[in-house]
Structures are given as structure tokens and as C-alpha cells.
Design a protein around this ligand. Structure first.
Ligand SMILES: [Zn+2]
Length: 281
């Protein structure tokens, strides 16, 4: 299922028959109708959209995005209200996935069972990250598509159930790429640097990019960050280097992607990892 960008048309049930017969041409979307998947769509300017009853931001040019979490239901509803008054209800079928169980041992115990002081710090970190995730900007910088921010062996996939030092924890909400400390990390798509933090409890040196319409990406465990909050980055710009900061057992990039608060699988939006990697550089 991975890395298949499929074109989807006409996968809907029209509840209120449109007056005109052009309804099928008024919406188009590309992406992965699967758990962890991102879908980018287009509708006429002024259209209103709801996903499972929740409003979806639509840019002035009619672009919108929707995403499906790790445990998304097999069916979700997409309600479209066109500016001319027509209404459609699409039922999207979301493919389910199987997730691995990943054991990671050798972590400092305090990073697995934090003390009360650490918990206060984790809450403050999560608040800052959460603020970026719910920011809806008019940017549509994701339209250029995404590249890997760094290449190397994939050491952790999206959605795995994690057992850390023998303790069951939350699922892994991004993709891990192993690379030597100091490897350059590049912006996988354009956007605005929305957060730079030098020392988060779990994620160490952390930065985030806002790509627009509620889509943001996070880069964790970095060794250095070479951008500043508010800075515009273009796809391919260096943003920092791979490190071993926060809760890690070795140098790697944790790359996360969210649509508002829903974690998505970044691996679904990039080409396959190149075979030649920089592990031996
Ligand atoms: Zn990770």
C-alpha cells in the first residue's frame, strides 16, 4: 500500500441530487485513502467541506487537505456544500493497516518513566507542539510534494506498538531514519518554521514546519538547528543536522507529520527511500 499515489474520482454517494449534472467534476482528490494517509483535494472557490461532521479548511484557490489517523474508522463521511447551493455526501472507504510491535531496550529509565518534574516539562513541550499543530494557515506549500528530509535505513515505521525497556507505550507516530550524527536534514517541502526548541524532554532539539491548512511536520533528536522561527523554507533547504538528543538509543531523525492533531505516516507521501544511503559517508 505504501507510496502508491492513487487518483480517486467518483467514490461517493450523492445524497441530494444536484440540479446540474456536473457535480462529479467539481471535486477531485489525490492521496492515500488508508490509515495514516493524506489526501489533497480541490473544489470550486467558496465551497464548504466537513469531514465526519468537522469543518475542513479550504484555501482561497479551492485546495483542501484531509488526513486519516493510525486507527481511522473504515468509513468516513465527506460533506460538500458548493457555493451554488448543491450538497453532496461522499462516503470514503479507508483501508486498514497492520502495525508491528517494536521493542526498544537500553533507554535511560528516566526517559521511560519520567519523574513528576519531567512530567511538567513534557506537558509544557506538548503544549508548544500542540499550538503549532492546530494553526491553520492559508499556505498550500504541500502542493509541491514531499521528499525525504534525510536518507538512510528506516529504523522505525509509523504506527508500531512500542515496548520501551519492557513497558508498553504509545504507538510510534512518525518515521525514523538512521543517519550519522551531523548528516544534513533538508526541508521535505516548503513552509514556515513554526517552532525551534533546543531541549525537549523526549524529542531533544526539535523543530517544526507549518506547510499550510493544518499540515505540519516535526523533526526530533537533532544535533543542530540552522533555521529560526518565522523563517520561510523552500523544499530542499538545509534546516539542521541529525543528532542523538532526547529519548534515543542512537543518531537518527524522527520525522512526524500531522494534519491538525491527527498523526499521519510521512512515508506515504515520499518516494521510496533511495537504495544508496549516507550511513557510510
Ligand atoms: Zn521516532
Amino acid at each position: 500500500m505504501k507510496n502508491i499515489f492513487i487518483k480517486i474520482f467518483l467514490l461517493f454517494i450523492v445524497m441530494a441530487p444536484p440540479l446540474a449534472s456536473t457535480a462529479a467534476e467539481d471535486i477531485s482528490f489525490d492521496g492515500n485513502l488508508t490509515q495514516g494517509g493524506l489526501v489533497i483535494g480541490a473544489v470550486p472557490t467558496g465551497t464548504k467541506i466537513k469531514l465526519s461532521g468537522e469543518n475542513v479548511a479550504v484555501a482561497k484557490n479551492g485546495t483542501f487537505i484531509i488526513g486519516f489517523g493510525r486507527d481511522a474508522a473504515p468509513q468516513v463521511s465527506l460533506e460538500i456544500n458548493y457555493p451554488d447551493g448543491r450538497e453532496e455526501l461522499h462516503t470514503l472507504l479507508i483501508a486498514s493497516r497492520e502495525y508491528d510491535i517494536q521493542h526498544i531496550d537500553g533507554l535511560p529509565q528516566r526517559k521511560v518513566t519520567p519523574n513528576p518534574e519531567d512530567i511538567a516539562r513534557i506537558k509544557a513541550d506538548n503544549y508548544k507542539i500542540g499550538e503549532v499543530r492546530v494553526t491553520i494557515s492559508e499556505l498550500t506549500d504541500f502542493l509541491s510534494g514531499f521528499d525525504w528530509p534525510v536518507t538512510g535505513p528506516i529504523s522505525g515505521v509509523f504506527g508500531s506498538q512500542r515496548i520501551l525497556n519492557g513497558n508498553p507505550k504509545n504507538p510510534h507516530n512518525g518515521v525514523d531514519v538512521a543517519a550519522p550524527k551531523g548528516s544534513i536534514i533538508r526541508a521535505p517541502a516548503s513552509g514556515i518554521v513554526a517552532l525551534v526548541h533546543q531541549d525537549m524532554f523526549y524529542t531533544g532539539k526539535t523543530m517544526m514546519i507549518n506547510h499550510g491548512l493544518g499540515l505540519s511536520t516535526v523533526y526530533a533528536h537533532m544535533d543542530s538547528i540552522s533555521v529560526n522561527p518565522g523563517q520561510i523554507v523552500k523544499k530542499g533547504d538545509p534546516i539542521g543536522t541529525v543528532g542523538n538528543t532526547g529519548r534515543t538509543t542512537g543518531p537518527h531523525l524522527h520525522w512526524g507529520m500531522t494534519w491538525k492533531t491527527t498523526h499521519l505516516d510521512p512515508e506515504l507521501v515520499v518516494p521510496p527511500m533511495p537504495k544508496i544511503n549516507n550511513i557510510a559517508d
